[in-house]
Design a protein around this ligand. Structure first.
Ligand code: TEU
Ligand code: CA
Length: 564
């Protein structure tokens, strides 16, 4: 594998609206982010991914862009953005922006002009399609519920939106549109970005005949994803984008890809693939219901572990994957992946250990490093997220009680990860002097940065040690390029793997954790090893306790990183 500048880096996702509010209006902003750069540097972060900060009506929290060249007023000014870039550079850090180009906002000038002249130039930037028999062109359900088609007023046309009706899909068949997007990407790259996280990109290829599919829900519609899964040829667009933009800057691109075809992996992230990297969502789609959250199945520990292992084994042969526990679309990992008995600091450290040392580039989501958790609400009106509201309705329509539907929101809502960052235990959690745009998780009095910074055994202190270990000169090569080799898979509660690096003198590092309720004893290939990191006390001391005549004993919720 050709070595790239970003292979050994650690990335951090900022959800700007909820990270840090500098002016007291309750909304996180750029100045807030700038004020926390030292915090991120100290944590061990190299690359920052900003969820969208462009001008937007925020129907989908900024994933509906109304001007690609402007910073949202709520977040600040372009000048402040330039300061942010300069300040990250000063600290040897990199910035990725979010590239949302499958759709824009219905408030974007292009769409407004298209509505004014539904047969003119700008209508060609979108999918304006004639209805069939006075109805929508096809029976697609959008990702956020309801039809994926809405009428173009005063015509017999409909426009396509795979997400909300305020997010019209852009027409990638149109070379003029593509040119506009490439110019925009290059304009941002010229400013000094390191690259982009690329949103929902698989959706840009459409089957222009827009076939209807067998209905798959109570509403008589079929998920629009059926068409995405069927249609061929997205790769041509992806190559075209890369050629006209990223390639010219040695950019780092990490794509959000769902529903890729099985054999396309190497085209996507192999050597000279469309992207530098893409997120591994295998553990996140596991157990996903056909019909929505009410239909999800909770995977067992073994299924979860084995899914990650399978994915690692496949991906490491092909490219450098991006690993996450959570993001702004997913519930908090500590609430989701830890068994009940492990929902504590030891458990959170264990989850961090087994996840961050996997093959690939770790993306930490804001608050993960202090072990933030899902947030219970009393009523659906307390949620802001468009997808949560839809999923709640879906559950009710399927016959669930209000209590049940609320329980699904507690488990799966995107707002679980979007509550404001918990900086301290003051009113406003140190996030804002005003009223937060989305209510805080009340546990900020217990779980917050300030408290954890004071404590050597906190989750935050552990993350710092973990990231420092990943980058330590003696082990860096192994954690970056070392082969992933699963171990002890027959043990029901153990999550263990080696990272073995031929280029680093055959260095063999075992990452082992016990997710079970009882201690386990594992046979080792060597007599003992050197504990590089432990979530249960001082490494040297712990090393003397856990090895005995070629065995390794791990307590419940114990994780250890061992040089063999
Ligand atoms: O998500 C794309 C995506 O596929 C979503 O449907 C995702 O599965 C969903 O959020 C789960 O509830 C991206 C962004 O990450 C998301 O925040 C945006 O809402 C979406 O694109 C539209 O831009
Ligand atoms: Ca603000």
């Amino acid at each position: 594998m050709k070595k790239k500048w970003w292979h050994d880096k650690v990335a951090y996702q900022i959800y700007p609206k909820s990270f840090m509010d500098a002016n007291g209006d309750g909304i996180g902003d750029l100045r807030g982010i700038i004020s926390k750069l030292d915090y991120l540097k100290d944590l061990g972060i190299d690359i920052i991914w900003l969820s969208p900060v462009y001008q937007s009506p925020f129907v989908d929290q900024g994933y509906d862009i109304s001007d690609y060249y402007k910073i949202a007023e709520e977040f600040g000014t372009m000048q402040e953005f330039d300061v942010l870039l300069a300040e990250t550079k000063k600290r040897g850090m990199y910035v990725l922006m979010d590239l949302v180009i499958n759709h824009c906002s219905d408030q974007h000038e292009w769409f407004q002009k298209a509505l004014q002249n539904p047969y003119g130039k700008y209508a060609g930037y979108f999918y304006f399609v004639k209805g069939r028999d006075g109805k929508e062109p096809s029976n697609y359900r959008s990702y956020f519920g309801g039809s994926a088609w809405d009428p173009v007023p005063g015509t017999d046309l409909y426009y396509l939106h795979m997400f909300s009706k305020e997010q019209p899909d852009l027409n990638w068949e149109n070379p003029e549109l593509r040119k506009e997007i490439y110019q925009m990407i290059n304009w941002w790259m010229e400013k000094g970005l390191a690259g982009f996280r690329i949103d929902a990109i698989i959706n840009i290829k459409k089957d222009l005949s827009f076939p209807s599919y067998e209905p798959d829900g109570l509403d008589g519609r079929a998920s629009c994803v059926k068409m995405v899964e069927d249609v061929q040829g997205v790769g041509e667009y992806l190559e075209d984008i890369k050629h006209h933009t990223f390639d010219q800057y040695d950019a780092f691109t990490v794509a959000e890809v769902f529903n890729m075809k099985d054999d396309e992996l190497s085209e996507f992230i192999g050597e000279d693939g469309h992207f530098s990297s893409m997120f591994d969502f295998s553990a996140h789609i596991l157990g996903q219901g056909e019909n929505g959250w009410y239909d999800n199945k909770k995977p067992s520990f073994q299924a979860w572990r084995d899914t990650i292992f399978e994915s690692q084994l496949e991906l490491q042969r092909i490219g450098h994957v991006a690993n996450i526990i959570e993001n702004h679309d997913e519930p908090r990992g500590a609430s989701r992946f830890l068994p009940e008995h492990a929902k504590n600091e030891a458990g959170k450290k264990m989850l961090a250990t087994t996840s961050i040392l996997l093959y690939g580039i770790p993306f930490i989501y804001q608050g993960q490093e202090i072990g933030m958790t899902n947030c219970r609400r009393k009523d659906i009106s307390e949620y802001d997220d468009i997808s949560t509201k839809d999923q709640y309705q879906e559950a009710i329509a399927a016959g669930c009680s209000v209590e049940q539907a609320m329980e699904y929101c507690f488990e799966y809502s995107r707002d679980n990860a979007r509550t404001p960052m918990q900086w301290n235990d003051a009113v406003g959690a140190g996030f804002t002097q005003g009223k937060p745009w989305l209510a805080l998780n009340p546990n900020y009095t217990d779980i917050n940065v300030e408290e954890q910074e004071k404590r050597e055994d906190s989750v935050l202190s552990y993350y710092k040690k973990l990231l420092a270990l990943k980058k330590a000169p003696e082990y860096k090569e192994t954690f970056t390029y070392g082969r992933f080799v699963p171990d002890y898979q027959k043990e029901d509660s153990v999550f263990a793997y080696h990272r073995i690096c031929r280029e680093n003198g055959g260095q063999d590092i075992l990452v082992a954790a016990n997710y079970g309720t009882k201690a386990v004893t594992l046979k080792m290939k060597s007599l003992s090893g050197k504990v590089l990191l432990s979530n249960m006390g001082k490494e040297e001391e712990r090393g003397r306790e856990i090895f005995s005549e070629g065995t390794l004993t791990l307590e419940s919720c114990e994780a250890a990183v061992i040089l063999l």
